[in-house]
Write a protein that binds this ligand. Structure first.
Ligand code: ATP
Length: 448
């Protein structure tokens, strides 16, 4: 994390440039709910695409899935969420603020110093009613994790994909938790997106696969430009482990609020499949036709937050530097994550420049996500592109009309090169593939 970055600066940049807005802002906002704006939606999608590409598209041993958010209520009994997915909650008897008992340093209200109630367990699942009658029979929950949809589809996927173990099933989707203490921008919200993969393996090979996935997941962040000094792996102590887990390691990031969890990689053993076999009465064991063995697979789960990863990538990319006596704010995002890859900027809004600039934009947009901008001064437009992390700006000036050449400006070095329009697509492709950034990026071959 750069010294300069604070949560306030990130929130302000996100609002100013259209990354993230407060939900229902014109009504005063809804606590801890956020909307991704035009730039943010592209950025967030790039984060998810990069994850999907690395976890599913580039592998033979992982397939994808997209389950419904509402599931049969028994799923959450089997998974243990009805019984134990809760935080200990205390309430201040004076100001009625609620706090997580396990996060308090003193037995007094942190806000007013008042006396606290005894802790009681507060279930974090959102409940709603399915159908017209609000009776108990129709109660359903919004899923608090995407993982359970994967477990209950294990047999469907194995049968239809004709794959053998080890096999991973990946899913990206919304999850909901009625968090007691949401906050810190998009770090902890009540509605968020998860990127989860359940990797089913033969018992006995689980420890090796656990290590493998912990390494892979760390590498994913650094391959997308996250600075290693801001990342660390934290192994859970035995007494910290969830009751079903044999081992767990968190990828932690040095957020402006300090070191915090970005992703958890857990060895969930055969807990989930065993529970779902028991509650559904369906045998979810796996028969290996090559060894003639039947067993209940163990599961290694890398579970990441899409919003939390996006926030970490933003914090990591946020830079303030002095250029010619003025402060330049720039998001040094990896090109694969940048919402706009190339901005096309005629030097001024001039009817002689527009046709050529439009033509250049039309040519580029087949290969890259571009943005055409001819409003305001060129200096202001560069500042906007710097703040949304656009790796390259292409400028068309009056000379371009004569010599058919344009200028490319590199976001990070601020170096400029002039080149013929016909070389533009190829040059930008090589530069975006890593030349200018010195990384062997996932971007190569990915969607523009
Ligand atoms: P925490 O300890 O921060 O509450 P957790 O250990 O409960 O997280 P998991 O259940 O392991 O989280 O969820 C996996 C990932 O989902 C987390 O690493 C995080 O990136 C993301 N995540 C979980 N809860 C939230 C939330 N309320 N808001 C945003 N992202 C979340």
């Amino acid at each position: 994390m750069s010294e300069a970055v604070t949560m306030d600066k990130l929130v302000s940049l996100c609002k100013r440039r259209g990354f993230i807005f407060q939900s229902s802002e014109i009504y005063g906002g809804l606590a801890s709910c956020w909307d991704y704006g035009p730039v943010g939606v592209e950025f967030q999608r790039n984060v998810k695409n990069a994850w999907w590409r690395s976890m599913v598209e580039t592998r033979d041993d992982v397939v994808g899935l997209d389950c419904s958010i509402m599931m049969h209520p028994t799923v959450w009994k089997a998974s243990g969420h009805v019984e134990s997915f809760s935080d200990p909650l205390v309430e201040c008897k004076v100001c009625h603020m609620r706090w997580r008992a396990d996060q308090l340093e003193k037995q007094a209200c942190p806000s007013c110093g008042g006396e606290l109630t005894a802790p009681r367990n507060f279930n974090l699942m959102f409940k709603t009613f399915m159908g017209a009658v609000e009776d108990d029979a129709a109660v359903v929950f919004l899923r608090p994790e995407t993982a359970q949809g994967i477990f209950v589809n294990f047999e469907n996927v194995v049968t239809t994909s004709r794959k053998r173990l080890p096999l991973g099933i990946a899913q990206i989707g919304k999850s909901f938790r009625n968090e007691i203490t949401p906050g810190n921008f998009t770090f902890r919200t009540r509605e968020f997106e998860q990127m989860e993969m359940e990797f089913f393996v033969k018992p006995g090979t689980d420890e090796e696969w656990f290590r493998y996935w912990a390494d892979e997941r760390y590498k994913w962040y650094t391959s997308l430009g996250m600075r290693p000094e801001n990342l660390r792996m934290r192994e859970h102590a035995k007494d910290e482990l969830a009751h079903y887990a044999k081992a767990c390691v968190d990828v932690e990031y040095l957020f402006p609020i300090g070191w915090s969890e970005l992703e958890g990689i857990a060895n969930r053993t055969d807990f989930d499949l065993r529970q779902h076999s028991k509650f559904s009465g369906k045998d979810l064991s796996y028969f290996d036709t090559q060894t003639n063995e039947r067993f209940l697979p163990y599961v290694i789960e890398p579970s990441a937050g899409a919003d939390r990863s996006a926030l970490a990538f933003l914090a990591d990319a946020y830079t303030e530097e002095e250029v010619e006596g003025a402060v330049r704010t720039v998001l040094k995002l990896h090109p694969a994550l940048a919402p706009v890859k190339v901005a096309v900027l005629p030097l001024s809004k001039n009817e002689r420049l527009s046709p050529m600039a439009r033509e250049v934009n039309d040519k580029l947009r087949h290969s890259f996500a571009t943005e055409y901008d001819d409003t305001q001064s060129i200096g202001r437009r560069y500042r906007r592109q710097d703040e949304i992390g656009t790796p390259f700006c292409v400028t068309i000036d009056f000379e371009s009309l004569e010599d058919n050449q344009v200028t490319i400006r590199d976001r990070d070095s601020l170096a400029q090169i002039r080149l013929p329009v016909e070389n533009l697509v190829d040059t930008l492709k090589t530069k975006l593939a890593g030349e200018a950034f010195g990384t062997d990026s996932l971007w190569a071959g990915a969607r523009a």
